[in-house]
Design a protein. Structure first.
Length: 613
């Protein structure tokens, strides 16, 4: 029987997780020396590389001195909480990676808390000790305090700590004495992390993630909890809703390095991929054919935000996208539901081309929109809305209001803002205006760490303002805490929109004459359509303007009579900023090459009628 260790890696953005895994794989001889490593093996998805975050967890395994080490990557952002819990269920221990200068960050706390609750044994790796002004000893103390605050057991608090620099490829027990390689860390993993318990009995395996292959269809990935699993075995799938279905394992694969290869059987404690099962979901159990005993399904965090998704019906629809019909979008959303557990999709009222999509936050939903856009979809999305719940006297929650459930409650987030000292008062002012309450404030050298509790709707649009007010210096993180009674109205964007009057090409002449009315989101030469939001008005009302007006030619054309138009460059917004910017009667049109904001009702007269009624 093979010796196995299952370990999850927990780290904050940019603390060197992906680099460390690359070095571990090098040590496990998965790459030839000198082979060109396309760095960041784990963050294979383009979006993950651009944003520097892990969205989907992946599995890699290495062989170290006869022991198979399964390394499981975890998402660091609390919007992907659904992923985190499933992933940690496969591990017996965790590697907590922290930066020797920054120390543990707010998002790390979220995943670490889940890991400690499940009872995983931690090893702390203090990375980047080659940085100038690093403070490894202080960081070690900070980690200890954090674990203590998260109610770690005595055994968990007695964690080994490894210092090193993943970039330079060394790990050791003393940060002032660099070693030759990362052997020390790999030996520590084998020594400290417990081997999976071998439980005799009939087969049990919880499906914790999905893979997809265009040849074999959906693949179930999970860890064999009890007994063993054989190629060709007749099994029962116990669904989350209690129904049972008999089926057969067509192929069985175990993870080996970056990929997986076929095997005859998988023993208790190892992670494997099962091919050929028909209908299954994450959280179902593969169990014995004759005596099925399902494992408890995984509890998933409920969504806190929803958005309206609809087909693109603007005058420019179908110019750039391959998939534009309601059937295309509906099929794509159904596919996403299969692997994205914290997502919900419901048809909007009785419409066939509108859906209400709910998720864990603006980031969770914007990653889905951005992925669809890159795959060639065109769609329109509405303003993010918070999901409210209703509470009775005993404190029980429900989604609908009735006589006993009468207290309106909203999701509250724990928000941490880390800024240079001189901006602290600005941050506090900004957050309290959005009904946030300060819970703690501590100075860390020249920077200040401020913690708040704030309604989820107060966070919409906050990041842009915080970065502007702190001259780009702020580090902001937030995570869902709980539902609390409604905190009152929050003032949103007060400025009105400038709306294009007709479809055509925007001229510098027209924009130049209108620059005192507000700031523009378009450049001269761009095509616009009637009803498109082309700028922000200086006042609070909407203003319809004609940006397609060219200068009339006259017969007097003396050189020097025309002054040149001086155009201020347009304001460029990311997808999240657009979603946070739009008002209730506006949509964001998302296509593979462009993003535009528009009024939901394009026609000016119809908009007037609608606003009166």
């Amino acid at each position: 029987m093979q010796d196995i260790r299952n370990i999850a890696i927990i780290a904050h953005v940019d603390h060197g997780k992906t680099t460390l895994v690359d070095k571990m794989m090098l040590a496990g001889n998965l790459f030839r020396e000198g082979q060109n490593l396309s760095n960041q093996v784990l963050d294979a998805n383009d979006l993950e590389r651009e944003r520097g975050i892990t969205i989907l967890s992946k599995n890699v395994s290495i062989n170290w001195k006869g022991t198979k080490i399964n390394i499981i990557d975890t998402p660091g952002h609390s919007d992907f909480g659904g992923e985190v819990e499933r992933v940690l269920n496969m591990a017996d221990g965790c590697l907590l990676l922290v930066d020797a200068f920054e120390g543990p960050m707010p998002q790390t706390r979220f995943v670490l808390q889940k890991a400690l609750q499940i009872g995983l044994k931690p090893i702390v790796v203090v990375n980047k000790v080659d940085k100038p002004n690093c403070r490894p000893e202080e960081v070690y103390e900070m980690v200890f305090d954090l674990m203590f605050a998260l109610n770690a057991t005595e055994d968990q608090l007695d964690f080994p700590v490894v210092y090193g620099s993943a970039k330079n490829g060394w790990m050791g027990e003393d940060w002032q004495k660099p070693t030759q390689d990362i052997t020390y860390l790999l030996d520590k993993i084998v020594e400290v992390i417990p081997a999976p318990k071998v439980i005799e009995g009939t087969t049990q395996m919880l499906i914790t993630s999905l893979d997809y292959s265009s040849y074999t269809g959906r693949i179930a990935v999970g860890r064999v909890h009890r007994g063993s699993l054989r190629d060709g075995q007749q099994v029962t799938i116990a669904h989350r809703d209690g129904t049972m279905e008999k089926t057969k394992v067509k192929e069985l694969h175990t993870f080996d390095g970056m990929g997986h290869h076929r095997t005859d059987s998988v023993e208790c404690g190892d992670i494997c991929a099962v091919i050929g099962l028909e209908k299954f979901e994450i959280g179902d159990t593969i169990c014995d054919m004759e005596q099925p005993e399902p494992l408890p399904p995984i509890a998933i965090d409920e969504p806190t935000m929803s958005m309206l998704f609809t087909i693109n019906d603007s005058p420019f629809f179908g110019r750039e996208g391959k998939f534009v019909t309601s059937r295309h979008i509906s099929d794509r959303l159904q596919r996403e539901l299969e692997k994205n557990l914290a997502l919900r999709v419901e048809p909007y009222e009785d419409s066939t081309d509108k859906w209400v999509v709910s998720g864990r936050g603006v980031l969770h939903l914007s990653v889905l929109i951005e992925t669809m856009r890159r795959e060639g979809y065109e769609l329109q999305v509405g303003q993010p809305q918070v999901i409210y719940k209703w509470q009775d006297e005993k404190g029980e929650m429900r989604n609908e209001k009735d006589d006993s459930f009468s207290v309106k409650c909203e999701p509250i987030e724990e928000l941490t803002i880390n800024v240079p000292e001189e901006f602290a008062s600005k941050m506090i002012d900004m957050v309290t205006r959005r009904k946030g309450e300060m819970t703690s404030m501590e100075s860390q050298g020249e920077r200040t760490n401020i913690e708040f509790e704030i309604p989820s709707r107060g966070i919409i649009g906050l990041r842009t303002n915080v970065l502007t007010a702190s001259q780009g210096e702020a580090i902001m993180a937030h995570r869902f805490k709980d539902y609390q009674p409604f905190k009152g109205e929050i003032e949103r964007r007060v400025n009105g929109s400038m709306i294009a009057l007709e479809t055509g090409t925007a001229y510098a002449y027209a924009i130049d004459k209108l620059q005192d009315r507000g700031k523009f989101f378009i450049d001269p030469g761009e095509e616009v359509y009637y009803g498109q939001v082309v700028g922000e008005h200086v006042h609070d009302n909407d203003l319809v303007i004609n940006v397609c007006k060219a200068k009339q030619l006259t017969n007097v054309r003396a050189s020097g009579t025309d002054e040149k138009a001086r155009i201020v460059p347009k304001v460029i917004m990311s997808l999240e900023e657009c979603l946070e910017y739009i008002k209730e009667d506006e949509l964001v049109e998302v296509t593979p090459k462009s993003m535009r904001m528009r009024k939901a009702i394009l026609d000016h007269d119809q908009r007037k009628k609608a606003s009166r009624s």
